[in-house]
Design a protein around this ligand. Structure first.
Ligand code: GLU
Length: 516
């Protein structure tokens, strides 16, 4: 396929939802697979919905994921500018062209008049009144008033919009690359506004004009835009651009983990997982969201998870790094039905990527979390901790919890074990083991292991009575990585002082022992 040009065209109306990120990803994969061009176009014509910081957020999110653009507001390109607010002058002329060809008309109805009209229609039993072929001749527009009168009104400064004139009872058909043939009956469509009273285009006009001028070959976007495509196809026809109309691919919805409907931004808080790539902070706590990144996901794991949310290669393979995805991706393998968001699956992917990462790389990623908690440790130490702990974490911050004993002496003991096992003769043996450890010259895991095992065997003790106490004394818990290596990493002094503190604390726990 030569000359593929695709675009990601977000509106900066807030943080970019994970569904939007998937749209960007599929566009990116399709472009790279076909050695094409990936364009970022910011669709910011609706000033009333503009949110400060949203464009920057979009940029940072895609940067974090490593999805770079070939043309964008930042990097420029042959078809710029790439921010619609900087292209204002372009659109009106196309709206006027539609009027001159009788494919559109001026409408002077004020917002108040339209509101009254809708209320009136509803009172007559029309459920959702539409400005369309059946009603436009009873409204205040140039089709009714005639050209001369309309020109006069416009010259006098009367506010107007330009509406597309959708024909009655025709079929609009196009082939969607995901859904196959899709058709719409024009009688169902309204005469959508193309140019607003402020002279700004609506999404529909700006989107089509820009896709045409930017020579976009494929429009890959969310399913929610499918109904708008009927108007878009009509616009291509009216503007005589049918021959270069892009191919459309509408991506399946991302569904809630349980129940019906599309995954919404509120589902994140509801189910306790992120639905945005990066954290977004707003004055209103309800509009502040945690991101995949801050939740502890790695970018490559996030990409892998999102890629498979609506696409699969038709094989058993699940792990795909970006370069594999580029090789394997095809629009034909995108599924039609909605893809259910599964956070456990996302965590599983993350774990696979954590395991595959070098200790050094992981330590670099984890160090900021450690510092944020106020722990003071050095990189070499953290690398050793990471190598011991990485098989035990799904998300990066998990290490702060399950590996807390590596970072601070201030951790809780698993009291149940203490209550059950801290009695004689176990307690005396554990104390003796500590004594023997204190005279161990080379405090490495092999020597530690040999000493402890020898002690247990030569005294004919049961592992099950002694080992859990050693573990809890040093780490607070019976769950954890290899204890001998843990001791080596903590070093001799720390290990021994942990024992001393534990012996006192264990006695206190035993004294406070209750019957339950
Ligand atoms: N600006 C639209 C959005 O926010 C673009 C839709 C499209 O890709 O055509 O998603």
């Amino acid at each position: 396929m030569g000359n593929v040009r695709v675009r990601f065209a977000p509106s900066p109306t807030g943080p970019l939802h994970i569904g939007g990120v998937r749209t960007a990803l599929y566009n990116y994969l399709f472009a790279k697979k076909n050695k094409g061009t990936f364009v970022l176009r910011i669709e910011d014509t609706d000033q009333t919905r503009y949110v400060e910081g949203a464009e920057d957020y979009i940029k940072k999110s895609l940067e974090w994921l490593g999805l770079g653009f070939d043309e964008s507001p930042e990097s420029g390109g042959e078809f710029g500018p790439y921010r619609q607010s900087e292209r204002k002058a372009i659109y009106a002329k196309y709206a006027e062209k539609l009027v001159s060809m009788d494919y559109a008309y001026y409408a002077f109805d004020t917002a108040q008049e339209l509101e009254m009209w809708r209320a009136d229609m509803k009172s007559q039993g029309v459920h959702s009144p539409k400005y369309d072929y059946s009603t436009r001749m009873s409204m205040n527009n140039s089709l009714v008033l005639g050209k001369a009168k309309s020109k006069e009104l416009i010259a006098n400064g009367t506010p107007f919009v330009i509406r597309i004139k959708v024909p009655e009872n025709e079929k609009i058909t196009f082939t969607d690359m995901v859904r196959g043939e899709v058709s719409f009956d024009t009688s169902e469509l309204d005469d959508k506004v193309m140019l607003k009273t402020d002279g700004m285009p609506t999404y529909h006009l700006a989107n089509i004009v820009d896709d045409h001028l930017m020579k976009i070959t494929h429009v890959i976007r969310g399913e929610e835009w499918l109904p708008s495509t009927a108007h878009h196809v009509l616009l291509y026809k009216y503007l005589c651009w049918e021959d270069s109309m892009p191919q459309f691919a509408h991506l399946p919805l991302i569904l809630k983990p349980v129940g019906k409907g599309k995954l919404s931004k509120r589902d994140g808080a509801k189910f306790g997982f992120p639905v945005f790539p990066l954290s977004w902070n707003s004055d209103n706590p309800e509009d502040s969201f945690i991101g995949f990144k801050e939740f502890g996901f790695l970018p490559d794991a996030t990409i892998n998870f999102l890629a498979l949310l609506g696409w699969n290669p038709g094989t058993e393979q699940e792990i795909f790094v970006l370069s594999d995805l580029i090789k394997s991706f095809s629009i034909e393998k995108i599924v039609k039905s909605g893809a259910r968001f599964n956070i456990d699956k996302a965590k599983w992917f993350n774990q696979q990527y954590i395991l595959a990462k070098k200790d050094e790389e992981l330590a670099e990623l984890i160090m900021p979390l450690i510092e944020e908690e106020g722990y003071e440790i050095d990189m070499d130490y953290l690398k050793r901790v990471v190598s011991l702990m990485k098989a035990r974490i799904e998300l990066l911050p998990d290490i702060l919890e399950s590996g807390v004993f590596f970072f601070t002496d201030n951790f809780n003991y698993q009291e149940k074990i203490v209550r059950k096992k801290w009695k004689e003769p176990n307690a005396g043996h554990v104390k003796k083991i500590k004594e023997e450890l204190s005279s161990l010259k080379n405090f490495n895991k092999e020597n530690i292991e040999e000493l402890i095992k020898n002690y247990i065997e030569s005294n004919e003790l049961s592992f099950g009575n002694i080992f859990p106490l050693l573990r809890v004394a040093v780490t607070g818990t019976t769950k954890g990585p290899d204890l001998f290596e843990t001791m080596e990493v903590l070093k001799k002094n720390k290990t021994l002082s942990r024992f001393d503190v534990a012996f006192d604390s264990f006695d206190v726990i035993i004294k406070g022992k209750t019957t339950n």
